[in-house]
Write a protein that binds this ligand. Structure first.
Ligand code: ADP
Ligand code: ASP
Ligand code: MG
Length: 414
């Protein structure tokens, strides 16, 4: 007998028929003799609808605590419906919201981190033969306020549950049948990967591949949770996340990721003296704004520098506003920005031991006349910021340049 955590995303519970399908799948695993915990997201489109209500009412100036109160409600509907669907097929089930189970989080509303999962209630229900249905995305902070885990957060709920319950499998069911070399909606020739290392999946997720939320991969890696990504609509073996050593085919580049959810900010004419960067980035950190790429280069002639960096698009206006005062104080000349950018990245653990990836990437982009605004690298990825309007073209071009549509053995290395 295994303990299985299954997670179903928005499209997988988007209609009553789809909810019946999920109920049947959970029951199949239960009848095969397993203990089954199901985590679900809100019905597709529902969280977007709730976010729009908050935005429209407030014009974007709202309390994030109350935002969480509103946007967490979508999952309450889907867990209740799923528990009803399971029981109507003759298997006892019980649903729980995040704060009932409980997912204890910090108080960073709208992007809270899980601190602890109390799983006693779930274990007791499983022991009594029930299928347990748990709301994804929701938590509760130590003061008892409802929190949410950030968009796409029900992946993280599922992995955290699987870690707490020491589950044998954490199966993430979605509308694609696994993790692909890039988003198959942009590149139809993208290939499904049978296995991917936690490290590469972490880079892919943090660089924009929405198939798994970044924190879910961090947790899976930390607690060694055996995560599989599978289709909720067809049978298949999906993609297994594994340790790097277990990935059979070592390729240089495994995947291309993209992200249009960032914006670029430049602080111009920054005096070249200690403490300036600490002030700029300290101001953003105090507002819980995550900074991604950073570029600074002192001008040899003027001695001043421009500091350019990216922030999430959702935080762009706030970041521009809160930087005005400190930037004036340090004597910088101006703060400007551009929200119409995209980041495109090539990822592969093979880059650690193979050179020439940057050359191939930049050559391919230049052949399509795509201008690079920023570059950043790590051991296993190279990212560029380009104009958003060229993003899809860049992804297709790079997918082809690294021959990701071919079998790994048939690719040319240079
Ligand atoms: P869910 O609602 O099930 O959580 P998501 O929309 O969050 O589903 O994630 C699944 C989507 O991720 C797919 O429909 C696909 O368009 C997108 N995606 C982006 N990059 C990839 C990739 N490399 N492999 C597979 N899917 C990807
Ligand atoms: N319903 C939430 C969202 O749309 C959580 C999730 O789908 O994982 O972001
Ligand atoms: Mg998702």
């Amino acid at each position: 007998m295994s303990l299985i955590v299954q997670k179903y995303g928005g499209t997988s519970v988007g209609t009553l028929d789809r909810i019946r399908n999920v109920a049947a799948r959970a029951i199949k695993a239960h009848r095969a003799g397993n203990q089954v915990v199901v985590t679900v997201s809100a019905m597709s489109g529902e969280t977007n609808r709730l976010v729009a209500l908050v935005e429209d009412l407030s014009g974007g100036n709202y309390s994030k605590r109350e935002y969480d109160v509103v946007v967490s409600t979508g999952e309450q509907v889907s867990i209740g419906l799923l528990a009803i669907a399971i029981e109507s097929l003759g298997v006892p089930a019980r649903s729980y919201q995040g704060w009932q189970v409980r997912f204890v989080t910090d108080s960073v509303h709208s992007k809270a981190r899980i601190l602890d999962v109390e799983s006693e209630k779930i274990r007791a229900d499983l022991a009594e033969g029930r299928i347990v249905v748990v709301a994804g995305f929701q938590g509760m902070d130590q003061e008892g306020s409802v929190t949410t885990l950030g968009r796409g957060g029900s992946d993280t709920s599922a992995v955290a549950l699987a870690a707490a319950l020491e589950a044998d499998f954490c199966d993430i069911y979605t509308d694609v049948d696994g993790v692909y070399t890039t988003d198959p909606r942009i590149v139809p020739k993208a290939r499904k990967l049978d296995r991917i290392s936690y490290e590469e999946m972490l880079e892919m997720a943090s660089l924009g591949a929405k198939v798994l939320q970044t924190r879910s991969v961090e947790l899976a890696m930390k607690y060694n949770v055996p995560v599989r990504v599978l289709s909720s609509l067809e049978e298949g073996t999906g993609t297994l996340l594994t340790k790097e050593d277990d990935v059979m085919e070592q390729v240089v580049v495994s995947a291309i990721a993209f992200n249009r959810d960032e914006a670029q900010i430049t602080v111009q004419g920054v005096p070249d003296k200690p403490g300036v960067a600490a002030l700029i980035f300290g101001t953003l950190a105090d507002a819980n704004i995550n900074v991604d790429m950073i570029i600074q280069n002192i001008s040899a002639s003027s001695g001043d520098t421009d500091v350019t960096f990216t922030v999430p698009k959702g935080d762009y206006k706030q970041a521009l506003a809160i930087l005005k005062e400190p930037v004036g104080r340090i004597g910088a000349t101006n703060v400007t920005g551009n929200p119409d950018i995209a980041k495109v990245s090539v990822i592969g653990v093979g880059m650690r031991s193979h050179s020439g990836v940057a050359r191939r990437m930049f050559k391919a982009l230049s052949a399509d006349n795509i201008n690079i605004r920023m570059i950043s690298t790590s051991e296993i990825k190279i990212s560029v910021v380009i104009d958003e309007k060229y993003m899809e073209l860049a992804v297709r071009t790079l997918h082809q340049a690294f021959e990701l549509d071919k079998d790994a053995g048939d690719r040319v290395r240079d």
